[in-house]
Structures are given as C-alpha cells and as structure tokens.
Ligand binder design. Structure first.
Ligand code: UDP
Length: 239
C-alpha cells in the first residue's frame, strides 16, 4: 500500500498559529481533530510521519524580548510552548486511534521522552507518529530550523511546511490579491529574494543537505494526502 505514495517518510512542520484556528490565542481542539484526520490518512496508507510543532500561538522568544524579557528566557518559554502543543496534538491523534509519541529536545522526565534519533526512527518504522517538540533545544533557533534539522536527521524524503496559504507567493497573497504563486523555487532563490518562507538558518540547512521542502495549505481538506501521493500542491523548494 505504501508503494503508491510518493514519500515513505515525511517531516511535517505545523506552526503554532495553525493550532489556534479562529481563536485569538491558544489551541482549538476542533482544529487539532481535523489535523489528526488528515494525518491519519497518511498513516493509513503506510506513510511514516514525523511532526515538528511550533509554539508561536503561545509564546515567542523574540516577542517576549521586545516586551522586556531576557531573550534566552523567552526562547526557553517558546520551546516549552511547543511541548504543550505537541501534547495537545498527541491527545487528538490518540483520540482518533493514531498511535503517537512525543519526544522533547529538552529532557522532561515524567512528561515526555527525551529526544533520541535512533529511538525516534524505530518508532516511525513501527508506524507511530512521532512529535518532535522543544524545537532544537537551543535558544535563537526556530521550529522551522528544528523541522529541517529533524527531517535531515531522520532521513525524511521531504520536509512539508503547513501554512495558511497555498504555497510561496511573490508578495503576501492575503494583502495582495494579484500575488503570484511559485510552483517551484530553488534554495538560492529563497535566500536571494528574501521570500521569508523560512528563516535563513533553516534554508541553509536544507540546502546543504539537499532536503526538498514543500509549502502547502493545511486548511485545504485532502491537500496533505494529495501532496504525499505526488499531487501538485503548493510550492516545491529544492536544488
Ligand atoms: N524556539 C527556540 N529554539 C528552537 C525552536 C523554538 O528557542 O529551536 C523558541 C523561540 O522563542 C520561538 C518559539 O520557541 O519563537 C516558538 O517557536 P516558533 O516561533 O518557531 O513557532 P511557530 O512560529 O512555528 O509557531
């Protein structure tokens, strides 16, 4: 069954904001349930799914710093926020009978497992969804970088970044209706044109390791499955 999908192992990046839904802040359980459904479809056809969740719906280090907090403390809070989101996501997945595990880059004994690459790969191979939380474990990084890092580490076929719009555009499509979508971009075009798809650290990482990235709209029902089956969704970034 898995032979039909284009990708056997994926790393899906879900931003914290994506979990908020229509609410202003926090987590919308209905959004999580919908995502669990989409992820379950992949698991159902034998795709191995690793997930990195963001934390921007709760805390962002840079924003806390602007409000006067020490940056590193803010980043620690941001990373803890990603663990909360991962717990909520695991809860939704398990409620849909999708076996899942949370690993954290920061040890948090009694709450979640500490990240270990080989163990994570073993879980993926056995069909469990693995949520990699706490980003990279280091301040001054983003969960986009964490997604690229984990994707490369677990030898994923692709890093898939879920956004609210259908790919990468030449300008903000929400503000500019005439914005043009890119079907495909090279790593260097992303860097040179400062398209803001991901931070530069993340793009340099995938470029150095030739890891393809696909940016797509997670709010479009069925898009994730279509993408994994080889359909044209969003924007492909590669060499
Ligand atoms: N963060 C960090 N190191 C990492 C990943 C995340 O310090 O490796 C912190 C950082 O403060 C960031 C916050 O966690 O602002 C939440 O992550 P991010 O902003 O990437 O979440 P998203 O925008 O995807 O919701």
């Amino acid at each position: 069954r898995a032979a039909k999908s284009k990708y056997k192992r994926i790393l899906l990046k879900l931003s914290g904001e994506a979990l908020t839904g229509d609410a202003e802040f926090g987590i919308d359980p209905q959004v999580l349930d919908r995502m669990a459904l989409e992820i379950g479809q992949l698991v159902g056809i034998g795709v191995q799914v690793g997930i990195v969740v963001g934390g921007g719906n709760l805390f962002r280090g840079a924003a806390l710093h602007e409000a006067g907090m020490e940056r590193v403390t803010g980043d620690h809070m941001g990373m803890l926020a990603t663990v909360m989101n991962a717990l909520a996501m695991r809860d939704a997945l398990e409620r849909s009978n999708i076996r899942s595990r949370v690993m954290s880059a920061i040890p948090m004994s009694g709450v979640v497992e500490h990240y270990d690459r080989r163990t994570g790969i073993r879980y993926l191979t056995s069909g469990d969804v693995v949520l990699f939380s706490a980003g990279t474990g280091n301040p001054f990084f983003t969960t986009d970088s964490a997604a690229c890092l984990r994707g490369i580490e677990i030898d994923a076929d692709v890093v898939i970044k879920a956004t609210k719009v259908d790919g990468v555009y030449d300008r903000d499509p929400v503000k500019h209706p005439e914005a043009q979508k890119y079907e495909r971009l090279t790593y260097d075009e992303c860097l040179d044109q400062k398209l803001g798809v991901m931070d530069l650290t993340a793009i340099c990482l995938v470029r150095d390791h030739d890891m393809p990235v696909r940016v797509f709209n997670m709010n479009k029902p069925g898009a994730l499955l279509n993408l994994v089956m080889g359909g044209k969704e969003g924007t492909l970034i590669d060499r």
